[in-house]
Structures are given as C-alpha cells and as structure tokens.
Design a protein around this ligand. Structure first.
Ligand code: ADP
Ligand code: MG
Length: 226
C-alpha cells in the first residue's frame, strides 16, 4: 500500500529550477534512501514533501501522517527532554497527558535516554539530542518518518548510535525516507534508493542496482565514499 506518492514535482527559487520532474512513491514498511551531492535538491524535496516548502508543480499525496527529523535536531532549547517529546502530542493532537507521558518514557527507554527526561538540550551530547528528536517525532505516531541527514552534524562515534536507532526502526518496519551521506548505511538499510543530481533523479533502484551502477557520474560520486 502506498503511503506517499509524489508525481512530477517541480520547484524553483528565484527562477532557478532546483527540482525538476521528481516522482517517487513509498510503500508501507519501505525505507527510501536519498543520496546525491550537496545542492542537488534533497532537502528541498523533503521540505516540499512535508509541506515546509510549497512546490510549484506536481502532486503530493499521503496516506496518514508523517514526522520529520532534521540535521540540526531543532529541539526547543527552553523545554526539557520530556516536554520536547510530549508537547505536540498533548497540545496539537490533544491526547491524554498520562498516556502521552507513559509512551514518551517508553520511547526514551528505547532511545537509551531514560535518565535524561529532565535534562535540557544544552546538557546533552549531539547524539543524545538527535535521539530525543527521533523520540519526539515518534511520539506523534507518524505513518512515515523523514530524516534529513540525521548524522551530518555528529562526529563518527555518535553517528553510529543514531544509525543503529534508525536501523532498529527499519527492523520494526517503520516507513522511512532518509536523506544521507552515509553510503554503507543507505546500502544496508534502504529498500529503494534514489540518486539525485541537479534537481533530477539520475539513477534509482534497489541498493544493488544503484551501487552497482555503471553510470559514470554515479560511480564518481560513490567513489568519493569508498
Ligand atoms: P541538498 O539538500 O541536496 O544539499 P538543497 O535542497 O538544500 O540541496 O538545495 C538545492 C538548491 O536549491 C541549492 O542550489 C540551494 O542553494 C537552493 N535553495 C535551497 N533552498 C533555497 C531557498 N530557500 N532559497 C533559494 N535557494 C534555495
Ligand atoms: Mg540538504
């Protein structure tokens, strides 16, 4: 069953086309990996897909709701970890407080952060902040979770802990769209990969197809990571 379908998406900034005729679809339980050089339009695609940016052309259709995890965590600095996680479910979704807190504690446990619920973002490591922001997204019970380079603000040691969490979510069949520069991770966790360049999808397919591609541009890009 398709949870997200994007058809012929186009987006320009100041007359410059940064997304050109992008079509993707994501089925329930599927992980879509998006790779490609800086400036190729990956973040703009995610921002259009999630309504943070208005597309100029194309159709975006969803079944269900989505959550978003950013590169720079985007936690509320003046809220505790617990309040960061529980605020939207209580205020936006109008869910019962006790139940939201119970679920938040379960999420914190899963993220290995049970002892940090009263901490503030400035007291956390980058990896911990990112795990809080994943917990915050999951607390809304999204059908799809979008990640925009979730590890690129982290050093290699902390990157591993975030990739492990995302891998676990994939094993639980969470539907995810992940923009990443971690090539071996993309290869390992994604069911389908798109390679973007210059606002286009240059190559797409299974990890085997994309990473085994004979396209010269693709090989050059991947070569930089090996
Ligand atoms: P990526 O995430 O792949 O690095 P982006 O989607 O951030 O690429 O950017 C694609 C292109 O769109 C870049 O040339 C970038 O400078 C441009 N761009 C992105 N956001 C804006 C914006 N709000 N205004 C003008 N140009 C933008
Ligand atoms: Mg980006």
């Amino acid at each position: 069953m398709k949870l997200l379908e994007i058809k012929n998406l186009g987006k320009s900034f100041d007359g410059v086309e940064v997304l050109k005729d992008i079509s993707i679809s994501v089925n329930r339980g599927e992980v879509l990996g998006i790779i490609g050089p800086s400036g190729s339009g990956k973040s703009t695609l995610l921002r259009c897909a999630t309504g943070l940016e208005q597309a100029d052309k194309g159709v975006i259709s969803y079944e269900g709701s989505y959550g978003l995890v950013f590169q720079n965590f985007n936690l509320f600095p003046h809220y505790s970890v617990m309040k960061n996680i529980t605020d939207a479910p209580i205020k936006v979704q109008k869910r019962e407080k006790a139940e939201v807190y119970k679920e938040a504690r379960e999420l914190l446990k899963k993220m290995g952060l049970s002892d940090r619920e009263k901490a503030y973002p400035f007291q956390l490591s980058g990896g911990q902040k990112q795990r809080v922001s994943i917990a915050r997204a999951l607390a809304m019970n999204p059908d799809i979770l979008f990640f925009d380079e979730p590890t690129s603000a982290l050093d290699p040691e902390l990157t591993g802990e975030i990739l492990k969490v995302i891998k676990e979510l994939a094993n639980e069949n969470m539907t995810m769209v992940i923009v990443t520069h971690e090539m071996s991770f993309a290869q390992n966790v994604a069911d389908h990969i798109i390679f973007m360049e210059d606002g286009y999808i240059l190559e797409e397919g299974s990890p085997e197809e994309v990473f085994g591609s004979s396209n010269e541009r693709m090989k050059m890009f991947l070569g930089k990571f090996c």
